[in-house]
Design a protein around this ligand. Structure first.
Ligand SMILES: *Cc1c(COP(=O)(O)O)cnc(C)c1O
Length: 408
């Protein structure tokens, strides 16, 4: 037997079935018309935002990193809840506009921005988080052609990183951001060229569950931002401090202590150096805001026994939930939280393997968990599916196509 990850708080049973946002899983599938189906709970996202606002200093703005989940209805919901949006492509910009975000609320980071993307974003008044000196030059050229002052910030590649982070994006040689030693010179250049200086973006990593690691890195980020601003010789208008708030996916993972993080930040804010006194601060979060509010529902289409092991074969798989299969940035495959949605409160009594419908041994959704006895027609729920699911999985693989999605 192998353990499953912890089912996020907030799910209940109705008539013995998993309920999401007050609706039974089978009813949601009937309403959507088919499986596989991603369901995202409006109420859970709302509650998560409220807890976060309560824990964080009022001064800090909360941005949504939309690469976690760009589903249109969810994005519209986020537009009502957050203070800003972080995008990483022209395609995301179009989706963000559609969802009602204003260009002034949007910042555009990400390596490899094309001239057309820079042009479009600068024309609209989006803040560009510059990833290199070359990109700065191209942004200034685009702005000159448009006859506007571009809103430019610099993404810093800091010399430190977020300890215990799932995916490291700072520290040492990286394709992201401008090395910290080169930031001040570049900042002076773009200010001299007439850009509207929008400050710094310092993102150090992702999926951290250790509050102390986040507190430490936020302290380092504030110190570095102050040091760079002194070097630039002007007060810092805006600091995107990054994020990295993680969620528990696996057995023994514990929820992040956001109250400690908030009170440490509060203390720092009470004691800021001159160059940061008037700074507008933001954190950018993806999975923390939406990850636990999503469930992937997939139906069992076959039940078979091979060499004594029972397999429940579903109509879903890694083409929608790459991360749950263990093939998206994890070294050792571990089980996500999984349940039989249609037998949610039945006792666990058999060890099974839940696999997807793809013809590859990589397509494993749960290895040897103990679950209630399930059969063809039952619906399996994979939790923590609200981030990096539908949009981060290879849905065209094996001709399967995308899953359905709904916000309830
Ligand atoms: C991916 C990314 C995020 C969001 O990461 P989460 O782990 O989902 O919070 C935030 N900022 C940047 C720059 C990113 O690349």
């Amino acid at each position: 037997m192998k353990p499953l990850g912890p089912i996020p708080a907030g799910f209940s049973a109705i008539d013995g079935e998993l309920a999401i946002g007050g609706h039974k899983a089978s009813a949601l599938v009937a309403e959507a018309g088919d499986t596989p189906l991603f369901v995202y709970s409006r109420a859970m996202i709302h509650a998560r935002m409220a807890q976060l606002r309560a824990a964080m200093p009022e001064r800090i703005k909360i941005h949504y990193a939309m690469k976690a989940n760009p589903f249109g209805d969810l994005l519209e919901h986020m537009a009502e809840l957050v203070d800003g949006l972080d995008i990483a492509s022209g395609g995301e910009f179009a989706q963000a506009r559609e969802a009602g975000f204003l260009p002034r609320e949007i910042s555009f980071a990400g390596p490899g921005k094309r001239d057309e993307e820079l042009h479009l974003a600068i024309r609209a008044g989006v803040t560009i988080n510059l990833e290199s000196a070359n990109e700065a030059r191209r942004a200034l050229e685009a702005a000159q052609a448009l006859g506007v002052a571009p809103r430019l910030a610099i993404r810093v590649n800091p010399d430190f990183e977020l300890r215990g982070s799932g995916m490291k994006m700072g520290g040492g040689a990286k394709p992201f951001g401008v090395d910290q030693a080169q930031v001040a010179t570049l900042a002076k250049d773009i200010i001299a060229a007439g850009a509207e200086w929008r400050g710094l973006h310092i993102y150090t990593g992702s999926q951290a569950l250790d509050a102390d690691a986040i507190i430490e890195v936020q302290g380092n980020v504030l110190d570095l931002a102050a040091q760079l601003s002194v070097e630039v010789g002007s007060a810092l208008p805006h600091l995107n401090m990054g994020g990295g708030f993680g969620i528990p996916y696996f057995d023994k993972d514990r929820p992040l202590d956001i109250v400690s993080i908030g009170s440490a930040l509060d203390e720092r804010f009470g004691n800021l150096p001159d160059v940061l006194q008037a700074t507008d601060f933001a954190i950018e979060l993806g999975r923390y805001l939406v990850g636990e509010a999503g469930v992937y529902l997939t139906r069992i289409v076959d039940r078979k026994v091979s060499h004594g092991a029972t397999y429940l074969v579903t109509d879903g798989g890694l083409h929608h939930q790459l991360a749950a299969s263990g093939n998206f940035g994890t070294v050792v495959r571990r089980n996500y939280p999984v349940a039989i949605a249609t037998r949610f409160d039945a006792p666990a009594e058999e060890e099974v393997n839940i696999t997807g419908c793809l013809c590859t041994p990589l397509d494993r959704l749960a290895d040897q968990p103990l679950l209630p006895r399930a059969d063809v027609g039952d619906i399996v729920a994979i939790f923590c599916a609200g981030a990096y699911g539908a949009s981060a999985s290879p849905s065209a693989f094996l001709g399967q196509g995308p899953a359905l999605e709904m916000l309830v």
